[in-house]
Design a protein around this ligand. Structure first.
Ligand SMILES: [Zn+2]
Length: 269
């Protein structure tokens, strides 16, 4: 009889222990944690200079937001003297109505964008060993064709100190891209360009020790890591949603990821 009670008590204890373990396990499973926020999650910590950007945790109330892949962004198309003559120039219309904007890369189609220098390899990343490097250096051969990344308007096309011959394009999605050290320009300031349109040829004008493209991505005048935009190995857009936030004169770019959509621009082989 005593043995029976002992065994019964032991089995109750074991059952409770198993249940407790299961409960603890249930609340720490990452999949369970993600299930609470099924649409977007932060992807990785971006390599951004502390001076220009601060990291923030994505806000929970934005996580379930459906993002328009082609939002109408209010940009300035009439350029002032500063726009035409300086790489760093911010658009007063951008962030004028809201301090937040999303750039959804995942649902953009193949024709919506182009890699700036097809076939190129990264020889120097953003930030990286050379602190303060404001872009990604891409190498192919002298005279190779540089292409506009998105549709936009050429804000600047001229020789500009260390940049050498440089082109800045203001895009309709709010971003600006910068193409530097070019040997020759194929377009002029003020014209509209399409994604993939040839705009320049690779060179080593300005401060450059080899023929390459110094490629920058900017928003509101601030450069951020082009690897948030492009997968440099696959040479296609990342599957990020870029959450861009203006806070006084600082701009933060935080990459987030959709769970619910498949990237249209990545080849499925
Ligand atoms: Zn560079």
């Amino acid at each position: 009889m005593l043995h029976k009670i002992k065994y019964r008590l032991l089995s109750v204890f074991l059952t409770l222990t198993l249940f407790a373990c299961h409960s603890i396990h249930k609340y720490v499973t990452p999949m369970e944690a993600n299930a609470e926020f099924p649409v977007l999650k932060p992807e990785f910590m971006p390599e951004l200079p502390a001076v220009d950007f601060a990291w923030t945790t994505p806000l929970i109330d934005l996580i379930e937001t459906e993002i328009d892949p082609y939002p109408i962004v209010n940009i300035t198309e009439d350029f002032c003297d500063r726009d035409i003559n300086h790489v760093n120039s911010s658009d007063p219309k951008l962030f004028a109505e809201s301090d937040k904007m999303y750039i959804d890369l995942i649902r953009l189609q193949k024709g919506d964008y182009s890699f700036p220098l097809p076939g190129a390899k990264v020889i120097s990343p953003f930030g990286g060993r050379r602190k303060g490097h404001t872009g990604t250096d891409l190498k192919t051969f002298a005279g190779d064709t540089i292409r506009a990344v998105f549709d936009g308007i050429v804000r600047m096309a001229k020789e500009y100190s260390a940049y050498g011959n440089v082109i800045v394009i203001r895009h309709f999605n709010g971003l600006e891209t910068v193409y530097s050290h070019n040997s020759k320009h194929l377009i002029k300031q003020g014209i509209r360009v399409k994604a993939g349109q040839p705009i320049a040829m690779v060179g080593r004008t300005g401060r450059a020790t080899t023929d390459h493209l110094h490629f920058e991505v900017r928003i509101g005048g601030r450069a951020f890591n082009p690897e948030l935009l492009f997968d440099m190995d696959a040479q296609c857009l990342t599957d990020n949603v870029l959450l861009c936030t203006k806070n006084k004169n600082k701009i933060q770019v935080v990459p987030m990821q959709h769970f619910s959509f498949e990237a249209h621009h990545i080849d499925s082989k």
